[in-house]
Structures are given as structure tokens and as C-alpha cells.
Design a protein around this ligand. Structure first.
Ligand SMILES: Nc1ncnc2c1ncn2[C@@H]1O[C@H](COP(=O)(O)OP(=O)(O)OP(=O)(O)O)[C@@H](O)[C@H]1O
Ligand SMILES: [Mg+2]
Length: 461
């Protein structure tokens, strides 16, 4: 049994009660407390501690679920024990073990520091959004989530735009003796096995302009002539081809494609379907995208999500969790950034499809962003679990409050006050929203501290 912290004060009502605080017991924001016993016990979260001197302090407590009756004045209020906290926050009776046990990502903010985790099946089948302003701890939180998934045998793929995971040593030992680390892949997809549709999409993405159906047809024809080449050098042919038929901005397009190709031609290349097929239980891949331009990155995200969906549907590859950092680059809110002349951007279409249908196949999404208000709200709302770290921008806060049903006004008001590494975890993978100190991944290098460019100038230039 946990420690008694005080007694229910007379001003109790359904939905809220206060307790005076015994000065010996440290109580803080986010603690889980209990009053009453047996069937009438009320589990509540401390949402505020009031008063400045210890002897005058009171805690404002909000029941975790809608109760029929208010807490009884003068009844003792005590801190929940580890086991009770877990029963209140985790699905089931808290005694799950094996692959159903929660994926522990941190500890309850204060008091008991009880380990808190996500329901694994909810996390991998109904998607997770990891949202916060820059530097608040998103990538650290993701690394621990990926680690836990791999420990459970779930294969993972991370799209890493800034090289955060490259030296991270996210990896595991499972079954006692097999050790896997996420495999870091630099480079680009090999073009020799692209379908005509994929080749046309690539050409269209790289040209970064609206491409007419005639131009698309020309790209397709070029592919048919050179179906097995790992190159875009012959794209000029398409240009000549189209130029004869219709004058247009195609010269500029060809130039742009040629430039984009030149930038990556010498990089190592790999075949995406082979990579997906090589993923075994407990393994992971990091696509290190630092050397790729945004169009190439968008193409890679398209290719991997499209092929993963297809191959998973056919049962060619195992269940898989796909983590997309900087998700606002790939799933922008509806508007010019989300459309091409012929419809939705192809990578957006694929991500949307996994968000909608992935759960049928065990294809999970983790979407990471510091600008939730710039992400397509329908995709974001299909992420049934949210890990939200500090966020101060009011537009982003408003978007988060709209999408996260469990995030009540009390917790919403704390978003800008969270410290680095503290998160509000809510949604379908927990029974009730809670504030969590996210564990630091032991493999992550300490602090990707801001480079001091003045020092850099002094030392190196
Ligand atoms: N759970 C944590 N425990 C301890 N330190 C942390 C934790 N999370 C983050 N930090 C510290 O904060 C720094 C920034 O964290 P992180 O890189 O995860 O932020 P981010 O939200 O991904 O930022 P960005 O938007 O720039 O990608 C880390 O380098 C680390 O020093
Ligand atoms: Mg990050």
C-alpha cells in the first residue's frame, strides 16, 4: 500500500477533489493517488500542487475516469503503489508478461517513478505520433521506442534525415545470444528494378515542377527503352521526345533531373525490396538520408512505404514499424504542398494508406514532427497513441488538443512547462494519459549539443 498523503477536503465534487498534504510525503504533478477502498476506490491524478510552505500545501486531484460519486470528505488519500499505478495506466490487469507486456519507455514523472509503457499491439497496429518543439526529446523518445520494439522482435525502419540514429547503437540482445543493431544504410535506391510507374514518379519528383501527362508518358517510354539501367542519364531522350510534340518547360525539368542525378550517382545503392525481404525478427534499418536532397528523400519514403505495403500484404515480409522523422516534409496539411497536377503526392498517398489500413497487416507508423499544425490532420488523427513532449507554439498546441482525445485541459495546460525528456503519453496504448520521464537510451551519445560556430571558426578556418 502506498503512503497516506492527506485527507479529502470538504470542497469535494464529482470530477475533482483536493487533499491537504502531509509534509513528509513528496507529491507532485502527475502522481497517481487513491481514495476510498474496494469497488468505490477512486484513482486520480495530481494536476496541481498549491501553496508555498510545506505545511499549507494542497494537491488538486482529478479522477482518471468519470466517477458516479465524489470522493468522501475526510477519507484518506494515499499515493498509489507501483503495482496500482500500472494497473491504472496499463491495459489489462497490469500483470501481462511476454510479448504482451507494455513497452517500457520511461517512468511516471514524480513520486514512485513507476515504469510506464505502451501496449505493444496498440502501438504497432494503430500508429504513434511523437510531437514536440525542437530539442525537447523526440528523437530520444523514438530511440527508446525502437529499442523496445526490437527487443520484442518487431522489425523497424527509421528514416533519419539528420543522422541522429547513425551512431546511436540502437540494438538488442534477444533469445539470450542473438544481438542485432539497426543497420545504417547510406546511399540511394538502385534504379534498375524500378517499375515504369516508380520511374515516372521519380522523374516527376526530381523535376520539382508540374509535369503534364504528355511528359509523364515520355518518362514512361524512356523507362521502357532502358528498363534495367541504374541511371537517369538518358532522361534527355524524354526531353527530345516531348519537345518535338509540345514545347514547354521540359528543358528546365531535364536539367533539374540531371543535376539531381549527378548529386547521387556515385553513392552506394541498394534494392528496396531485397532489403525489406532481408529483415528478420528483431532487426532494423536506418536510412541515413543526410546526403540526399528532399526530393530524393521523398522518393525513398514513397518507394519504401509503397513496397512495404505491397510486400506485407502478400506476406513476403514480416510485420514492420516505420518511423518517419520530420514528418511534416512528407504529410503536409492539405494545400499546394500536398498536391501534384495529377493528384495527391505519391508518398502522401502511401503514408495515408498505411495510416488507414496498416493495422490489418501489422504495418505500424511512427510520425515525428516539431510542427504538428503543418501535418495533414487526418493522418495525424489516425495515430491513436501520442507521445507529446514540450511544445509552446499555440497553433501546434491547438492541433494537438484537437487530435488527442485523452489530453484534457489540465494536461494540455502543461505542454509548455514540460522539461526536456518529459512527455505526456496518451491515446489507445495507455489506459489513461500520464506524464512520463522518458528513459535515456544508453546507446545514444550524450547531447547533440548545438555547435558553437564561433569556436568552429577559431579552430578550423
Ligand atoms: N529522455 C531524455 N533524457 C535525458 N536527456 C534527454 C532526453 N531527451 C532529450 N534529452 C536531451 O535533449 C537533447 C535533444 O533531444 P532530441 O535530439 O531527442 O530532441 P528532438 O526533439 O529530437 O530535437 P530536434 O527537433 O532538433 O530533432 C538530447 O541531445 C539530450 O541531451
Ligand atoms: Mg530529433
Amino acid at each position: 500500500m502506498g503512503n497516506v498523503i492527506g485527507k479529502v477536503m470538504p470542497n469535494t465534487r464529482i470530477g475533482e477533489f483536493q487533499t491537504g498534504l502531509d509534509e513528509r510525503v513528496p507529491v507532485g504533478l502527475g502522481d497517481i493517488v487513491i481514495t476510498g477502498t474496494g469497488d468505490t476506490a477512486i484513482f486520480a491524478r495530481v494536476i496541481e500542487v498549491q501553496g508555498d510552505t510545506k505545511s499549507q500545501r494542497t494537491a488538486v486531484c482529478r479522477p482518471l475516469k468519470l466517477e458516479r460519486l465524489p470522493a468522501v470528505p475526510e477519507d484518506a488519500v494515499r499515493l498509489a503503489s507501483d503495482e496500482e499505478v500500472q494497473r491504472a495506466l496499463h491495459h489489462g490487469d497490469g500483470s501481462k508478461d511476454g510479448h504482451d507486456a507494455p513497452l517500457t519507455i520511461g517512468t511516471l514523472l514524480s513520486g514512485t517513478a513507476t515504469p510506464i509503457g505502451l501496449d505493444p499491439l496498440e502501438a504497432v497496429s494503430k500508429h504513434v505520433a511523437i510531437l514536440a518543439m525542437t530539442g525537447a526529446g523526440k528523437t530520444f523518445a523514438c530511440s527508446i521506442l525502437l529499442q523496445r520494439l526490437m527487443e520484442r522482435g518487431y522489425p523497424v525502419i527509421a528514416f533519419d534525415l539528420h543522422g541522429d540514429y547513425v551512431n546511436a547503437d540502437v540494438g538488442i540482445t534477444y533469445d539470450g545470444n542473438k544481438k542485432y543493431k539497426m543497420k545504417v544504410l547510406k546511399g540511394r535506391p538502385n534504379l534498375s528494378k524500378l517499375s515504369a510507374k516508380e520511374f515516372t514518379i521519380l522523374s516527376t519528383i526530381l523535376s520539382e515542377e508540374d509535369v503534364t501527362p504528355t511528359q509523364q508518358k515520355a518518362y514512361k517510354e524512356v523507362h521502357e527503352k532502358h528498363p534495367k539501367e541504374d541511371s537517369l542519364e538518358f532522361i534527355e531522350e524524354a526531353v527530345g521526345h516531348v519537345d518535338q510534340r509540345s514545347a514547354g518547360p521540359i528543358d528546365r525539368q531535364a536539367e533539374k533531373i540531371a543535376e539531381e542525378w549527378e548529386d547521387v550517382a556515385g553513392l552506394p545503392s541498394w534494392e528496396v525490396s531485397d532489403l525489406l525481404k532481408s529483415l528478420k525478427r528483431g532487426q532494423g534499418i536506418v536510412f541515413d538520408l543526410q546526403a540526399l536532397s528532399l526530393p530524393w528523400t521523398q522518393f525513398l519514403v514513397y518507394l519504401v512505404t509503397a513496397r512495404a505495403f505491397k510486400q506485407r500484404k502478400k506476406g513476403d515480409i514480416p510485420p514492420l514499424f516505420l518511423l518517419i522523422e520530420e514528418a511534416h516534409n512528407f504529410i503536409p496539411a492539405p494545400g499546394p504542398a500536398s498536391l501534384t497536377s495529377s493528384g495527391e503526392k505519391p508518398w502522401l498517398y502511401e503514408i495515408r494508406r498505411i495510416a488507414r489500413e496498416g493495422r490489418k497487416f501489422g504495418l505500424g507508423l511512427g510520425l515525428v514532427s516539431q510542427r504538428p499544425s503543418q501535418i495533414d490532420p487526418t493522418v495525424l488523427s489516425q495515430c491513436n497513441t501520442q507521445i507529446i513532449l514540450r511544445i509552446t507554439n499555440p497553433t501546434d498546441q491547438a492541433q494537438i488538443k484537437r487530435m488527442a482525445e485523452q489530453l484534457d485541459d489540465d494536461l494540455g495546460a502543461k505542454l509548455s512547462l514540460l522539461q526536456t525528456g518529459q512527455a505526456i503519453v496518451c491515446g489507445s496504448a495507455v489506459k489513461s494519459a500520464c506524464i512520463v520521464n522518458i528513459d535515456k537510451h544508453r546507446g545514444f551519445p550524450e547531447g547533440r549539443a548545438q555547435t558553437n560556430f564561433f569556436q568552429d571558426l577559431k579552430d578550423n578556418w
